[in-house]
Design a protein around this ligand. Structure first.
Ligand SMILES: [Zn+2]
Length: 163
């Protein structure tokens, strides 16, 4: 009876370390204890050989370090994507500011033209209509410059993203 009980206790203990024994991860003393128990315990022997089979299948799988490398690469890609997204936001903000400044500039020029148009026309020895024409040309150039600048910024931005 006592021996059975001891064996049962031993069985429970061995059972818990069978997985480690199957991958030879136990201390040599514990390993040989498990092997000794397997001689006399069929359930443990079956479990052990099943675990052994599983362990050898796992060894065929790529080592965890590869999976870890994949995780690193994936997280690097996610970080790059997030950085690109925040750069796009910054880029859009720059475009917005350029556009706003161009419009403020245009409005200031138009206000000046309205207030001092006659004086400026006299100063430059041009007629009012010539001055108005000049302002329209200036405005068109300003718009064209804004479009060109934002296009250039966009190109630079795209080129940097390709690098
Ligand atoms: Zn057992």
């Amino acid at each position: 009876m006592d021996k059975d009980k001891h064996n049962d206790n031993n069985h429970q203990k061995i059972r818990a370390s069978l997985a480690l024994a199957a991958v030879s991860a136990l201390e040599p003393a514990a390993q040989s204890q498990v092997e000794a128990h397997l001689e006399s315990c069929e359930p443990c022997r079956k479990e052990f050989s099943a675990l052994r089979g599983l362990a050898s299948e796992l060894r065929v799988l790529p080592p965890p370090v590869l999976a870890f490398g994949l995780a690193q690469r994936t997280s690097a890609r996610v970080r790059a994507e997030l950085a690109a997204r925040s750069e796009r936001r910054r880029h859009n903000l720059v475009l917005l500011m350029v556009t706003v400044f161009a419009w403020i500039d245009t409005l200031i020029i138009l206000a000046i033209a309205r207030m001092f148009g006659n004086d400026i026309a006299r100063l430059l020895h041009v007629s009012d209509s010539q001055l108005t024409f000049g302002f329209v040309v200036y405005w068109l150039v300003a718009v064209a410059a804004t479009v060109a600048l934002t296009g250039h910024v966009g190109r630079v931005h795209r080129q940097r993203r390709l690098v």
